[in-house]
Design a protein around this ligand. Structure first.
Ligand code: UD1
Length: 429
């Protein structure tokens, strides 16, 4: 397995291009199952999760063609995927595939909506908690699907098609909202979703579905109204910028000091995250090209942050913020309210010299004068990148093991940081 070696202490200066959002790309690829026509997705990031989903969709009979490079196209341009689910040959998503990527469970929605039937393995727990799918099932039932649990599989049936209905989520769920919107797009009649997730990726998927002929309004607000249509068409859609990648590099620059332009991204996608950085003493300047992040000499101030659904501070930036606060002058508090077990980075950060105390869902971080490099590893995506951020400011060498997790969600991480002056290399094998 690859490792990443980092020698800390360099400031970051230059430009980092931000890729298309992983968390929009995955549901957009899954939405291709809703139509027999070709869906063209632009600005798709080159990520292990995208390749894995391509494989999973292939199992259902979906063809994915990746367009070659165009003349004059920069190295960092996103990929263009031509996705065709003309013939769905199999409505079963097996355990060995779904267990490798939780989001692939979401295929249940387009499969039952278009084919009247789906048999999808329950994903099981994962490193950040139990992560149940009860609300996804509830949403499908509200749209008339009959659900049965059989041998670890969720079997959804709607022989005569789904029908519009009222879905009220008892808690905000991104996965539940994606599933409800996709299923309702092809249901007979009108669906109203209340307490819907407002994450920008929900809006992006709804925009794409509307280009495909769906009739969705209110995506990005807590109430989404969908008038079902009988059939969806192909479309061309560019994936929105990755707000988590944006926030991650913003925190890396905040950690090392320096001045970096985060290109092709927009501040409104992560305003709560940027506000916290400003509070910590980091310079944030929106420009026509993206967001400029700078810190020159000043100490980091401690912050108190609670993760919340959008537009609050995202759980997917919690680990990175914690890494940053290990070097603040004073004591910070971070409360995690979205996932039950999302503090696995704490023990690894401690190996680098961080002082963090955990009490249930609340972490208290006492800023330290310096971190010191060490071998570390992590078992989830955002936790691994928090170790990279810490390593960039640690004295000496840090070896980040199990880079597999980073490759799931961060495109060419070592190239992007290396181009701004970080001493970072991938060691294969
Ligand atoms: C998505 C993101 C993930 C992000 C998370 C929260 C993708 C591919 N992943 O994950 O990066 O961290 O949103 O912003 O977009 N829940 C239930 N029952 C359900 C579904 C969810 O109890 O049926 C709970 C979860 O356990 C969790 C909370 O609801 O505590 C939020 O989960 P959800 O928003 O659904 O997260 P994901 O869509 O899995």
């Amino acid at each position: 397995m690859d490792r990443i070696r980092i020698v800390g202490g360099q400031r970051l200066n230059g430009t980092i291009p931000i890729s298309g959002a992983k968390n929009a790309t995955l549901p957009l690829m899954i939405a291709s199952l809703l139509t027999a026509d070709t869906l063209v997705l632009e600005n798709v990031p080159r990520l292990a999760d995208v390749r894995l989903l391509q494989h999973i969709l292939g199992n259902h009979g979906v063809d994915v063609m990746i367009a070659g490079k165009r003349p004059g196209e920069p190295d960092n341009a996103g990929q263009t995927l031509h996705i065709s689910a003309k013939n769905i040959v199999d409505t079963t998503a097996p355990y060995d595939l779904v267990s490798r990527m939780r989001a692939s469970f979401w295929v249940i929605a387009p499969l039952v909506a278009r084919m009247g039937e789906a048999r999808v393995s329950m994903p099981g727990g994962c490193a950040i908690g139990t992560r149940p799918v009860d609300l996804l099932i509830m949403a499908l039932e509200q749209l008339g699907a009959e659900i049965e649990i059989d041998g670890g599989y969720v079997v959804a049936r709607a022989r005569k098609g789904l029908r519009g209905g009222a879905i009220k989520f008892p808690k905000v769920t991104v996965s539940g909202t994606h599933v409800a919107v996709m299923a309702a797009a092809l249901a007979n009649g009108t669906t109203v979703i209340d307490n819907a997730a407002c994450e920008p990726e929900i809006g992006d998927v709804a925009d794409c579905l509307n280009k495909m002929g769906a009739r969705i309004s209110g995506a990005g607000t807590p109430r989404i109204v969908i008038e079902g249509v009988a059939k969806l068409n192909g479309a061309r859609h560019a994936v929105l910028p990755d707000r988590i990648e944006t926030g991650t590099y913003a925190m890396a620059v905040a950690m090392t000091g320096g001045d970096v332009l985060l290109q092709n991204t927009r501040p409104e996608l992560l305003q709560a995250g940027l506000d916290v950085l400003v509070e910590a003493g980091v310079g944030i300047t929106p420009t026509n090209e993206g967001i400029r992040v700078s810190r020159n000499g000043s100490a980091l101030r401690p912050v108190a942050v609670t993760t919340q659904p959008f537009p609050g501070f995202p759980t997917d930036l919690q680990a990175q913020l914690m890494a940053l606060m290990t070097r603040a002058r004073g004591t910070s508090h971070i409360t995690e309210t979205i996932f039950e077990n999302r503090f696995m980075h704490v023990q690894e950060l401690a190996r680098l010299g961080a002082r963090i105390h955990l009490d249930g869902e609340r972490a208290t971080i006492e800023g330290v004068e310096k971190l010191k490099g060490a071998p570390v590893m992590a078992t989830d995506l955002r936790a691994s990148v928090s170790l990279v951020i810490a390593a960039l400011a640690a004295e000496g060498e840090t070896m980040v093991n199990r880079v597999y997790h980073l490759d799931r969600g961060f495109e060419r991480l070592e190239a992007k940081l290396g181009a701004c002056g970080a001493v970072i290399e991938r060691i294969s094998g």
